[in-house]
Design a protein around this ligand. Structure first.
Ligand code: IYR
Length: 331
């Protein structure tokens, strides 16, 4: 696979393709990052962008993981000390998951975001950005009487991070696209260049296939799940025997979340996927790529129950090292 295809294989959007192609032509020494608000336990949402970082690492990029402690503080995620402790645990889980310890730079936001030059640039950006523009940049737009000043400081800081971490490329879920667009518009206004971004899709809710998988509501899969929990959660997933489920009665788009997990979590990390079946049910099936598995589900060759059992086993293999590291840290 060529570099561009490898680093965009799980992308929902690239801004812009031309800029990213120029980086992909010569990835040596190029710096790419994802920022995460520290959270105690990694879940599939974190792992989706981590998969992309692993691909970027394999392609020769230098990877930076921002442990966005000041952002988490602005977003009301706890006391500063609590957030710091959580960030340390998060770093260990990323390493256990498969980010290369030699090639990954972990940076605490607070190591530079409280410096004078950063803060002066932040204030300069605050002077050139309208309140309306900054409010529109947040994933969950807060308005009216209860909106806090922190909600407009947050995206401005995220934009400045791209400059201060000396990055060539930003990666994030599609929910970060509005901040990245703000960065493209506003960095030049304070004298800095804008950079390209890659966005991963937002996966559907596991039990309905509708809307988005969320760590705060619905079923999510995390580094805390053991093999039994994974099996139970995956078994409860919505998995019609098709890659294109019908929309809901209200006309809402529906996905097959079991297939999404194969596509975005399993195939990127395994050379091939084996579905174990007794001989009387046709014997084992081996897939080298996502499409052939999805086609077999569509055609009826692969039963949803077998797809689910296989998915749970592969997710367990992915999660086991992080789960063990988490247990060690808690002992
Ligand atoms: N907004 C992200 C966290 C974050 C990401 C980046 I990229 C930053 O530079 C700073 C913070 C989130 O929603 O988790």
């Amino acid at each position: 696979m060529d570099t561009y295809d490898l680093i965009t294989r799980n992308a929902e959007e690239v801004v812009t393709e031309e800029e990213l192609r120029a980086l992909a032509d010569d990835p040596e020494g190029k710096r790419v990052y994802v920022g995460y608000e520290p959270s105690g336990v990694l879940h599939l949402g974190h792992l989706l962008t981590a998969n992309m970082l692993i691909d970027l690492q394999d392609a020769g990029f230098d990877v930076v993981v921002l442990l966005a402690d000041v952002h988490a503080y602005l977003n009301d995620k706890g006391t500063f000390d609590e957030i710091e402790a959580t960030a340390e645990v998060m770093r260990e889980q990323f390493l256990a998951y498969g980010l290369d310890p030699e090639q990954t730079e972990f940076v605490f936001g607070s190591s530079y975001q409280l410096d004078e030059d950063y803060l002066l640039d932040l204030h300069e950006m605050a002077r050139s950005t309208t309140l309306n523009r900054a409010q529109r940049a947040m994933a969950e737009i807060q308005g009216g009487e209860t909106a806090k000043v922190s909600h407009v400081v947050y995206p401005l800081m995220q934009a400045l991070d791209i400059e201060y971490l000396d990055l060539d490329l930003a990666v994030g879920g599609l929910d970060q696209r509005k901040v990245h667009m703000l960065a493209r518009e506003e960095l030049p206004n304070v004298g800095y260049e804008s950079r390209p971004a890659i966005h991963t899709p937002i996966l559907a809710d596991l039990t309905t296939g509708v809307g988005k998988m969320s760590s705060s509501s619905g079923v999510t899969i995390s580094m805390e799940d053991d093999a039994d929990a994974l099996e139970e959660k995956v078994n409860s997933a919505y998995c019609p025997p098709t890659r294109d489920p019908e929309p809901t009665d209200d006309g809402e788009e529906r996905k097959n979340p079991v297939l999404e997990l194969f596509q975005y979590h399993v195939f990127p990390r395994f050379e091939s996927v084996v579905v174990e079946r007794p001989d009387e049910y046709g014997g084992d099936l081996t897939y080298e790529d996502y499409d052939s598995l999805a086609e077999d589900l569509d055609s009826g060759e692969l039963h949803p129950a077998d797809a689910k059992g296989t998915l749970a086993a592969y997710l367990d293999e992915l999660i086991a090292p992080g789960r063990e590291r988490l247990e060690e840290l808690r002992d």
